[in-house]
Design a binder for this molecule. Structure first.
Ligand code: ATP
Length: 339
């Protein structure tokens, strides 16, 4: 990963764990089972946030949870439901986790899209998710913010990430023909940043065209850098391309903190049934290990998961199997123990 706060020193990492709501709790339990089978030591502190917490106490994100995340070396986050704006969006803003990194990689059966491997680098602190939304006499308005500073740092991250991970192209995605100012600034700053990274190819597409190109030629994408809302939508499209939301991890990274979470939400329709695919959460722990500098363990967990998916024997129903969330996690843990 492009950002890392550790060196794989063999120490015990202090991790805040926020299981949250719905399948968040189930996939978290599964991912922790896999981490237990790894060679890295963690000191977990469990913290509350989400819809259930809001119902119980009137506050979706308690101050203690926020303080705990600030003090820990990394945070694992399951999912929250309706309170997402007050929990994960707020955490990203409060901790200035300006990068939302979402690798879109095809595992197992490749389906009609073949081998897909690109990364979405989503600006995580402003855009339409800046938190300035209000009712008006006519209806409601939301403020779309694009600052040069935030755009520059996300574009810098995207180019540096491309360089560090051996990728060759960064594509800016925007809608500057209509959002002439907010996305005009985004595009302008992107190409200014590209001037400092001439070894990496740069190009740009409109977001609507990108939505189509992602399904007609996903192999043409390498690193995508885009604003908050566009990144949110395109990453769900990316999930669809590689086999569903149960497969996509993400990393929220700032200069001092990192929160690692699946792209999916709390999926109330399947919550409590023990059938959620734990892969996205397990791959989020892989991103966390990379961030902590534990590259070897990250690769091992990834391999154990890929082997489990490729074999297809102990996988959840969305991957064509009939195993439960925990059965799949146990299989990944077993394979990890053999590596
Ligand atoms: P929320 O309101 O928390 O965002 P949601 O149901 O609107 O929940 P997601 O949780 O992102 O949105 O999920 C959309 C659908 O994708 C779910 O209804 C579920 O069918 C499927 N899905 C999401 N995550 C998984 C998973 N880990 N395993 C299997 N299916 C999943």
């Amino acid at each position: 990963m492009g950002c890392c706060c550790g060196t794989g020193s063999g120490s015990t990492y202090k991790i805040t764990v926020i299981p949250g709501d719905g399948i968040g709790k189930e996939v978290m339990e599964a991912a922790l089972r896999v981490l237990d089978a790894s060679n890295v030591d963690f000191d977990y502190t469990f913290a509350d946030a989400g819809d259930e917490q809001l119902e119980k106490t009137g506050v979706a994100l308690p101050q203690e949870t926020l303080d705990m995340v600030k003090k820990s070396q990394a945070c694992l986050f399951g999912a929250v439901g309706e309170s997402a704006a007050d929990v994960i969006v707020k955490l990203r803003r409060e901790l200035d986790l300006y990068v939302n990194l979402r690798p879109v990689h095809s595992y197992g059966k490749k389906g009609r899209f073949g081998d897909v491997d690109f990364v979405i680098v989503r600006e995580n602190t402003e855009g339409l998710y800046s938190g300035h939304e209000e009712y008006t006499d006519e209806g409601a308005t939301a403020l779309r913010i694009t600052t040069r500073a935030a755009t520059r740092r996300i574009c810098e991250f995207a180019f540096n990430y491309a360089k560090k991970t051996g990728r060759s192209k960064v594509t800016a995605v925007h809608k500057a023909n209509v959002l002439k100012k907010t996305d005009g600034v985004f595009k302008e700053v992107f190409y200014q940043t590209a001037e400092n990274h001439k070894d990496i190819e740069s190009n740009d597409f409109y977001v609507d065209a990108t939505a189509m190109y992602l399904v007609t030629m996903p192999q043409n994408f390498d690193v995508i850098v885009t604003s908050n809302l566009f990144g949110d939508i395109l990453s769900d499209e990316g999930a669809g391309i590689v086999g569903g939301l149960g497969l996509l991890p993400s990393a929220n990274i700032g200069d001092d903190n990192g929160i690692f979470e699946p792209v999916h939400g709390s999926a109330p329709n399947i919550a409590g049934k023990g059938i959620a695919n734990p892969s996205a959460m397990i791959l989020s722990t892989v991103l966390m290990l990379e961030y902590l500098g534990e590259q070897d363990e990250a690769r091992k967990i990834e391999k154990a998961l890929i082997d489990t998916i490729d074999e297809g024997k102990v996988v959840t129903s969305d991957l064509g199997g009939s195993s439960s969330t925990m059965e799949m996690a146990e299989e990944v843990a077993r394979k990890l123990g053999e590596l």
